[in-house]
Design a binder for this molecule. Sequence first.
Ligand code: FE
Ligand code: CA
Length: 530
Amino acid sequence: MQRRDLFLSLTRLAAALAWQQVFSAGARAQPHPDEAWMTQDDPFPLGVASGDPLPDSVVLWTRLAPRPLQADGGMPQVAVPVRWEVAADARFTQIVRQGVVVAEPAVAHSVHVLAEGLAPGRTYHYRFEAGGQRSPVGRTRTAPDLVEPVRQLRMALASCQHYEHGYFTAHREIAASDVDLVLFVGDYIYTTQAPNHLKVRSHAQAMDPEPAGRTLADYRIHHANYKLDDDLRASHAAHPWLMVWDDHEVMPDYTGDTAPGLDDPQAFVAARAAAYKAYFEHMPVSPRRVPFNASMPMQGRYRWGQLADIWTLDTRQHRDPALCGEWPRSLMHGKLLWRCDAIGDDRRTFLGQQQEDWLAAGLAGSDAQWKFIAQTTQVTPWPIRSPLGPLTYAEGWDAFPAARARMMEAIAQPRVQDVVFLGGDVHRHVAANLRHEPRDPTSPIIASEVVTTSITSKGMSEVANAWIKAGNPDVLHMRSDQRGHVMLDVTPREVRCVFRGTPHPVRPQSKLRTQATYVIERGKPGLRKA
Ligand code: FE
Ligand code: CA
C-alpha cells in the first residue's frame, strides 16, 4: 500500500509538472492558439464556476462548448485563447486581475485559472471572453487571512444529484443564499438510468452500463448535460465550491481499482481514467489536481481564518476492494453484507494509508476553532436489523470498522476538540453523536456528525429508516423522505445546522422548508435540537 502511494505521489508530481509547463508556456507565448477563432454562438452554455478558495487565490473555471452535447463541444480541434478578468465589483469597473489562458482541445477546451494575488476574505466577480463572446459573470470569495479571528462562516452542504430523479431546485435556493462556500460531498453525476417510475426527466444520452462501452466522450457529454441545468449553473456562479467525490462520478459502488460484477478490470480502469479526466475538465478544482491516467489527487485541506479547518477526503480512490461479493453474503447487488466477517480485518483501509496519516497529523496539529471533516458518507454506524441477523451497508464506514476506529483514535488520542463530520451519500438528513467506540454507549462522545440528504436522488423508505434509527440511539435525527441540503452557520461559539428539505421528487418550483435545526456548542461534542 505504501509503495503504491509513493508511486501515485510521483506520478502526480510528474503530471502536475507537465500541466505547469502547458500553463507557463501558455502564459509566455501560447502554443499556436487560434487567435482568429470567432463564433456567433455562445461558447459558454456550461456557465462559469469557482473553487479551491485560499486567502490569496481562487480557481476560476469554464469550458468552451457552443454545442455542449456533442463529443467535441462544437469546438474546432485547435487551442483557443480565453481572456479572464477578476473585478472587485459586479460591473467590472475595478478590475484587479486579468490574463489570457489557452483552452486546449486535449482538455475539452476547459480552463482552470489560478487567479492569484487577491486579498483575503473578499468577494470578487469574474468573467471570461473567447471567440468574440463574453461569459456570464460569476461571484466568488477568497478565504480569510490565516490568523484572522473570523466571526462567521456559512456553508451549504450538498450531495447526490441524479438528474433523472428530480429538479435541482435545492441549488436554486443555495444560489440565492448568502453563503461563503458550497461543500459538495459526492455523486455529482449519475451514470445510471433511473427506472421509469422514478424518472421526472431524462439524461440526454444513456451511458453504457459496461465500462468497456464507455468513452471519454460519453463522460464529457454527461457532465455537460448536468451543467446545462440552470439551477446547478446558478449555484456554481454564485459561490466557490469545495469538491469531494463518490462512486457515481465513475460507476456505481466502485472501490479503488475494482467495481462489482465486472469481468474485465482493465476496462474498468480505462473507464475510471476517462471519468476522472471528464470530472477534472468540468469542475472548478485546482490545476494541481489534474489527473494522470486513472489517478487524481482529490484530498484537500482548507482554512477559514482561525475559525475553521476543513478537510475534504477521498474515500473512493484508495479504499480497499469490497468483500463477500457472492450470494448469500451479498444482498441487493452487493449493497448489503450478511455475516461477512472478513470486513473486520485490521488492515482494511477506507482512505488509503497516506491519506489516513495525513488526516491524523493534520488533526493533531490543528489550532482552528472548528475542525470539519468533509467526506462522502455517514460515519455513524447504522447496523440494519433483519430476521436473518444484522446486515451491513457495504459502501460505508460500517464495512471498514478498523479504518473508522483508527480515525476515531486520531481524534480521541490527541484530544482534538470540536470535530464535526460532514457527509452525504445516504440520501437522508442525519444528525448524530459520535463516540470514541462508536457502538459502545458507555464510551465518550468525541465528535458530531451532520449528513445531508440528496439534492434529488431517491432515499430509502421511512419505514426502513425508522428501523435503522432505532438501531443506534446516538442518531438524533434521520429522515429520508425529503430532498434538500444543510445550511451550516459557523461562529466561534456554535455551529447551527439547518436541515432544509422538500418532498421527493423535487418539482421545478418546489419550495424548501426547514425540517429540523440542530446546534453544536463549542467545547461540547454532540448535537442538541435548537
Ligand atoms: Fe448518491
Ligand atoms: Ca454514493
